[in-house]
Design a protein around this ligand. Structure first.
Ligand code: APR
Length: 232
């Protein structure tokens, strides 16, 4: 059993829970333009259009249920306390609702933040541009998600985990967006074994030692079983 496992998850992990991916056929970025809904400029230009985009995704995420892949990853973490770090690009809370902990490098739909005082609090189901911050009362609230052009969260902590891992898995991510797409190279520098779990091959597949293809709800539980097997 590897001592230090880092698992990077992407939208493909939540696809079978009914949440949209971004770049697949019919994906979110085929129906919305990033520059209209997911940049600081978009928010400055039309905050309620950005809020409407995230309010819809927040409602979908609230109604979604963890699938067998989320449950299997939570089981792996529970059987190896402190040895399994999940880093997610997803802003839904399905890892947590399956009983896992995850580092949310792109923030969370369920949290709001004030860009006047940086206070954070549970987001209401629907946010509006004139909501005021519960801490400083400024009308400067936004979804606590990381937009394009902004620095992802927890990068120092993530780098430390990657530097010491001996197994790195990328699950349900297309490897299109940095810095997450560069994690496999950081894991390689640490000498980790690298496995990609995805519905299909990606642009980064050649950088992995092993590639498991299929729906996450099927291949992730099988993979977790295989990782846990030597323990028995
Ligand atoms: N099981 C496994 N993998 C799947 C499934 C499934 N059921 N369905 C789709 N996938 C795979 C696709 O093959 C694709 O490689 O999930 C990946 C989804 O890729 P993207 O839509 O690009 O999502 P992601 O990689 O998470 O995007 C990264 O880009 O727009 C930003 O902030 C956004 O966090 C997001 C980031």
């Amino acid at each position: 059993m590897p001592d230090r496992i880092v698992i990077l998850t992407g939208a493909g992990l939540s696809a079978e829970s009914g949440l949209g991916t971004f770049r697949d056929k019919g994906g979110i970025w085929t129906r919305h333009r990033i520059e209209d809904v997911a940049t600081p400029d978009a928010f400055a230009r039309d905050p309620d259009r950005v809020h409407a985009f995230y309010n819809e995704r927040r409602a979908q995420a609230a109604a979604a249920r963890p699938n067998a892949a989320h449950v299997a990853l939570a089981r792996l973490q529970a059987q190896h306390p402190g040895s399994v770090t999940i880093v997610t690009q997803n802003v839904d809370a399905l890892h947590e609702r399956a009983g896992a902990t995850a580092i949310h490098m792109h923030g969370e739909l369920g949290r709001a933040k004030c860009h006047a005082c940086d206070h954070r609090w549970p987001a209401p189901p629907a946010m509006r541009h004139d909501d005021s911050c519960p801490a400083c009362d400024a009308r400067a609230t936004r979804p606590d998600v990381v937009w394009f052009g902004e620095m992802p969260y927890h990068m120092d902590e993530i780098a430390r985990h990657l530097l010491s891992c001996d197994l790195f898995a990328a699950i349900g991510t297309s490897g299109n967006v940095y810095p997450a797409a560069g994690f496999v190279q950081e894991a390689a520098r640490a000498g980790a074994r690298k496995v990609e779990l995805n519905l299909e091959l990606t642009e980064l597949s050649d950088l992995f030692d092993d590639r498991l293809t299929g729906p996450a709800s099927k291949i992730v539980p099988d993979w977790v079983e295989a990782v846990l097997a030597p323990m028995r």
